[in-house]
Design a protein around this ligand. Structure first.
Ligand SMILES: CC(C)(COP(=O)(O)OP(=O)(O)OC[C@H]1O[C@@H](n2cnc3c(N)ncnc32)[C@H](O)[C@@H]1OP(=O)(O)O)[C@@H](O)C(=O)NCCC(=O)NCCS
Length: 229
């Protein structure tokens, strides 16, 4: 799907005008809290090897490549474990992750513009959190870039804290300053952490609120895991 104003792939959906937008033509807008979500929530399932092509397509659509450089690693996303956000069976979003040394690293998180604003990203993060809890990991880490204000908003609303910034790492990776969200130069990798002590995850649940059925179902799973062996 193309941006309403240029030939780039759209990454965002303007909920007011209905336009689909590339990062450069997207802007932030302050709005009131507690807005009702208009559509049914997306459903979350684990990816299987049969989903590799759809994951490749999503990565190429959003980033033009299937590898991601973050956390000082280069990850081959189609070969990582993943959760998928689906609408009536159709894959609309992706969270890929890698588990290393008691940490679940979120390597990719994307929801197609036509399915945004339905709690898909939040539900994918809930699934990753449930996975980390079930495997008794110590923390979740996510990585984004300095320009990606929607992602920084989403992660901090979810309970992540900024713990590290790698200045200039994206300029080094791209060989130049690329234009990012709203035309902000893409320069730095920003890493955020969510510690998984019981107290931290309970605080994080109560802050986020319960936005949709998927989040609720996932949370029930987490509670079950907490009381498990
Ligand atoms: C960022 C992204 C994953 C959000 O997906 P989504 O399914 O629309 O997010 P949700 O519906 O779960 O919304 C979660 C929260 O983020 C907010 N949010 C989502 N998109 C937003 C946007 N474009 N601008 C501002 N806030 C946004 C929602 O309002 C919600 O917050 P709230 O609970 O306070 O209302 C999606 O826009 C996307 O894939 N963007 C392009 C790729 C990208 O930037 N990925 C992140 C890379 S680190």
């Amino acid at each position: 799907m193309r941006c309403a104003f240029c030939e780039q792939n759209a990454q965002f959906h303007d909920r007011v005008t209905g336009h689909f937008l590339c990062p450069e033509h997207a802007r932030l807008e302050v709005t009131e809290s507690d807005q009702q979500r208009g559509s049914l929530p997306l459903t979350i399932r684990r990816a299987t090897p049969a989903d590799r092509h759809v994951i490749e397509r999503l990565m190429l659509y959003f980033w033009g490549e299937t590898t991601v450089e973050c956390f000082d690693h280069e990850y081959d996303v189609p070969h990582l474990p993943a959760f998928l956000a689906c609408d009536d069976g159709k894959v609309m979003g992706l969270l890929s992750y890698s588990e290393e040394e008691a940490t679940l690293y979120v390597v990719a998180l994307n929801v197609l513009p036509q399915a945004q604003g339905r709690g898909g990203a939040q539900a994918l993060l809930e699934a990753a959190l449930a996975e980390a809890q079930a495997r008794s990991l110590a923390r979740l880490m996510v990585s984004t870039t300095n320009d990606d204000l929607p992602a920084l908003y989403l992660y901090q609303r979810f309970g992540f804290r900024i713990v590290e910034m790698i200045p200039g790492s994206l300029v080094k990776h791209h060989g130049r300053e690329e234009s990012g969200f709203a035309g902000i130069p893409v320069r730095d990798e920003i890493r955020l952490e969510l510690l998984l002590t019981k107290a931290d995850s309970q605080e994080c649940f109560s802050k986020r609120g319960k936005n949709n059925a998927v989040a609720l179902a996932t949370e029930e799973k987490i509670q079950t895991n907490r009381t498990g062996p």
